[in-house]
Ligand binder design. Structure first.
Ligand SMILES: Nc1ncnc2c1ncn2[C@@H]1O[C@H](COP(=O)(O)OP(=O)(O)OP(=O)(O)O)[C@@H](O)[C@H]1O
Length: 698
């Protein structure tokens, strides 16, 4: 029950917050009126009117959606300064009718004190207050008195600290913004300058993901023109993870950010299933770049090996060696599809140089070219020798071509492993970078022919016929000119394979980067190869490093077990300090295999009873289907069934890990996956297995 003083404080804060909401409503009304007015301008009818209308409606609609998104918990902070000034901090900035500041945007320099001031260094702040709200009602106040010496006698200090209150909340399916309780070291990483690459490291639960998302919102605020125009791309490990984080940015007033799971980075391709670890290790390896390069430069499947044709009294012939030479010449000028329009010209030139017969020579080169372009035999030959190639089709040809292309780079066993993964035909997450690499290697057919830039006049009729067909195909494959993001933010970066770094690097040549990750949680088995690929993706951009040191997620009891596992797998893991104790240790049980299902259900019931939020049952990859059947009917609102890799970046109030030894055995990075899984739990953790070797080893 709040004390009478606290009730009075709550009422005073509510009065202020009401004033801010009234202004917000006025702004929303203005934006709505602008949308209506903008629409009306369309009726003016001339082109300028339409352009003006579009711009106006676009801006006003965006403003309206930002205002709506920021509505929940709009005002969350207040600073009382030594000189008596009061500052209110909120999700967006709001001014009154005289343009006086009512609410400071959390990203503005004037708000940074809210996050940076400490009792050791109050920097003029006497009291920091966090307002907890439900909708537009203030329901609680949490104060930190930072400078008792300068506090007026009647200053009320309420609550038990905003951070602990927020950490104890039950978890649901969505990550929430932590804008009211960002800690000092986190704030430094959020507000780091945008240049180059900002690398944020830290153990599990240290807030790397939330920090990265708040940083995206901060960058948009500081240089909206650059980041909105160029685009901000946020990449995370899985679609489940992207759903989990998707509400954070809108709640900070930002809707202009592209969120993609690593299997969805390439436009038009969506993969959400991982390969088995052995296949993933080969597909992700930088060796694949060489294999794909060879594929992109070798003749297409079923390409004719020679050409024979006739023109008047001349017999024309291109043998295999001639075609090889022409192929080399074309590829010197650019990727396969980029030189697609040059191919007929190059072949015609080679054929014309063979013409020595008198009758054939007599009409000249133009007549020769016209005749050849009307010759179905020649057209068929060029179309099958140098067709436009589609990267996905090329990728599909890999199972047949791998032996010939990769004999010296991949072992027979590796080739067999890859072939087995491709039997289903659908790309896996690890295939997406391969397809993307191929798209860049073969390039895109230039959509327009530049007739002034030396295209042979004689080829026009050929070009015209081909152009229509090519444009039709182009519509189907989306553009690959997608390397223009202004900022790329990579979460769980420790898991990226070299091929995935190459895929992101192509999209971030001109971008600044934020990269967050924790090496101890890596599922990629060859860290050196990945860090080299990362260095290549970043080029010579300056790197700024930050480290987060406090674990806000796990109870200390749970994290202590996690840390033992981390130490078992890497020499000096980056361990964080967990700030919260529950007094409940993790439970470990070993049972006979016949009892596994029954005991799993009992432990799950225990987790559900002990916690209020979501609970995960984490099972080995190979056993997922079986457990889906076994647990089919358990509480769908609160229980999630996942494999180890699927849990990356997520958190749950309770976690049940089934057969931990199987995680360890499943891949070379098995111990690290187990570390990830154990550190997903905020309140309760149970492990259950028919063996418990892992426990003896930590
Ligand atoms: N300053 C903060 N105030 C309140 N909660 C916080 C704060 N920082 C982090 N948290 C909470 O701690 C939890 C862990 O944060 P987050 O998922 O960002 O950590 P992480 O470092 O990305 O973890 P992992 O490496 O395990 O994926 C989240 O619930 C987040 O909301």
């Amino acid at each position: 029950m709040p004390s009478p003083e606290e009730r009075a404080e709550l009422a005073a804060e509510q009065a202020y917050v009401d004033t801010v909401y009234e202004r917000l409503d006025v702004s929303a009304d203005t934006a709505r009126a602008l949308v209506t007015e903008g629409m009306a301008r369309g009726h003016i009818g001339h082109e300028g009117g339409l352009v003006e209308r579009d711009a106006m409606v676009y801006q006003a609609t965006r403003r309206l959606s930002a205002l709506n998104a920021a509505h929940e918990g709009l005002v969350f902070g207040r600073l009382d300064l030594r000189d008596g000034e009061k500052r209110y901090i909120g999700r967006i900035g709001v001014r009154d009718e005289d343009r006086e500041v009512l609410l400071i945007d959390w990203r503005a320099p004037a708000a940074s004190l809210f996050y940076r001031a400490t009792a050791q260094e109050p920097s003029g702040v006497v009291r920091r207050r966090v307002l907890r709200s439900r909708g537009d009602r203030v329901v609680g106040i949490e104060d930190d008195l930072l400078d008792a010496d300068h506090a007026p006698d009647d200053m009320v200090v309420a609550g038990e600290g905003a951070l602990l209150a927020s950490l104890s909340r039950a978890r649901d399916d969505a990550m929430h913004s932590v804008v009211a309780t960002i800690q000092k070291e986190q704030d430094e990483a959020i507000r780091a300058p945008s240049r180059g690459a900002t690398i944020i490291a830290g153990g599990p639960g240290t807030g790397k993901t939330v920090v990265a998302l708040h940083r995206a919102a901060y960058l948009l605020y500081t240089d909206r023109r650059r980041f909105e125009r160029g685009g901000v791309l946020v990449v995370g490990p899985s679609a489940v993870f992207m759903n989990y984080i998707e509400r954070v940015l809108p709640s900070l007033g930002e809707t202009a950010v592209t969120l993609r799971a690593i299997g969805e980075v390439v436009d038009g391709i969506r993969a959400d299933e991982h390969d088995v670890p052995e296949a993933a290790a080969v597909k992700g390896s930088a060796r694949m770049a060489t294999v794909l390069r060879r594929l992109s430069r070798s003749p297409v499947a079923d390409a004719p090996r020679e050409f024979t044709g006739f023109y008047r009294d001349a017999r024309l012939h291109l043998a295999g060696a001639d075609l090889k030479r022409l192929r080399r010449r074309l590829l010197q000028q650019g990727p396969h599809n980029r030189v697609y329009r040059q191919a007929p010209g190059v072949v015609l030139q080679a054929l014309w140089s063979q013409v020595t017969a008198e009758r054939a020579l007599e009409k000249g080169e133009d007549a020769f070219i016209d005749a050849m372009l009307g010759d179905a035999r020649f057209i068929d030959f060029v179309e099958s020798w140098w067709p436009e190639v589609d990267a996905v089709e090329l990728w599909r040809s890999l199972p047949d071509r791998l032996g010939e292309l990769a004999g010296d780079l991949l072992s027979g066993e590796e080739i067999a492993t890859l072939r087995a993964t491709w039997s289903t035909g659908a790309p896996r997450i690890e295939d997406v970078p391969l397809i993307d690499e191929l798209r860049h290697l073969v390039g895109e057919v230039p959509p327009e022919i530049d007739l002034d830039a030396g295209a042979p006049r004689q080829l026009m009729s050929f070009e015209r016929r081909e152009r229509e067909a090519a444009e039709e195909r182009l519509r189907a494959t989306s553009s690959i000119e997608d390397d223009s993001f202004a900022h790329i933010l990579v979460d769980e970066a420790q898991d990226l394979s070299p091929m995935q770094w190459r895929m992101l690097g192509r999209r971030g040549r001109l971008a600044s980067w934020t990269i967050v990750g924790d090496d101890a949680q890596a599922s990629w088995p060859l860290p050196e190869e990945a860090s080299q690929a990362r260095a290549e993706a970043l080029g010579d951009k300056p790197v700024h490093r930050f480290r987060l040191s406090t674990n806000y997620r796990n109870s200390a009891e749970i994290y202590e077990l996690g840390a033992r596992v981390a130490r078992r797998t890497i020499e000096r893991p980056d361990l964080a300090e967990a700030v919260r104790r529950t007094g409940v240790d993790p439970r470990h049980e070993r049972v006979q295999s016949g009892q596994l299902d029954g005991r799993a259900r009992e432990l799950l019931d225990w987790l559900l009873a002990e916690t209020a939020g979501t609970v995960a049952v984490v099972v080995p990859h190979a056993a997922l289907r079986r457990w889906r059947d076994a647990l089919g009917d358990v509480s769908p609102e609160r229980v999630r069934l996942l494999t180890g890799l699927d849990t990356k970046g997520l958190e749950f109030d309770g976690v049940l890990v089934v057969e931990p030894d199987a995680f360890v055995a499943e891949s070379p990075a098995g111990w690290r996956t187990l570390y990830v899984v154990l550190t997903r739990a905020t309140q309760r953790l149970a492990t259950l297995g028919t063996t418990d070797r892992w426990l003896q080893e930590v």
